[in-house]
Design a binder for this molecule. Sequence first.
Ligand code: LER
Ligand code: MN
Length: 270
Amino acid sequence: MRSAVTISLVPEARGGPFVYWDDLAAGCRAAAALGFNAVEVFPPGPDAVDRAALRELLDETGLALAAVGTGAGWVKHKLSLTSADAATRDKAVAFVQRTMDLAAQFGAPAIIGSMQGKWEGTVPKPTALRYLGGALFKLDEHAADLGHTLLYEPLNRYETNLINTQGDGAQFLAGLGTRNVKLLADLYHMNIEETNLADALRAAGPYVGHVHFADSNRRAAGLGHTDFAPIVAALVEIGYTGYLSAEVLPLPDSDVAARTTIESFRKYVS
Ligand code: LER
Ligand code: MN
């Protein structure tokens, strides 16, 4: 398993669970100085990233790109894969595709989190799940063309009413028959929704493609009451070799959140 830390470049996401903010170069250099293996980046959009500058930064710091978030598609552009409006859904799929193209250039997957939306109003739950399934099916083909995976993230009940647990996520993907879509296991969402985090990870097994490494209160691992030993043991058991990526609140500040994360990573992952 490898360590990663998040950098948000989206002003509209202010207050959200990202360790470093606004300055890609400063975030990368701070992450590298602490010994992280990678950064996970949340850009305002796929075209808002200077690819040459990112390549140079990664070369300079020796960091990998762990993943690229699409959250700005929702918080900034109000694009949802389950919108009642067909044109908005199409734009949402295109936004994810272009983010996948960007991420693939750096060997990374894109993440679908808040862009999954929720069922409401004129879109009942079965319809929303059909829209989401159709989008994931289409994006699965794009992932195959790129030779990369796509990450789908079940969120807690306060953020979506579609799929909240790893088990429901795995069942949904199994039903679709996608091959390149994996689950993002965010330990903060799981702390709210799962009966037992380690058991849920064991059950999801090969579907687990990325982990958001967060404590019970969405602060850095070690600043809440989650017991990480059985969780890491379960990840070892299922053969997970991906990232533990700190998508956590920058509390009390970015530096302490990042330092505490890497200390916990070293403590639990040998
Ligand atoms: C949102 O709560 C979250 O966990 C993100 O990773 C999804 O955009
Ligand atoms: Mn997350």
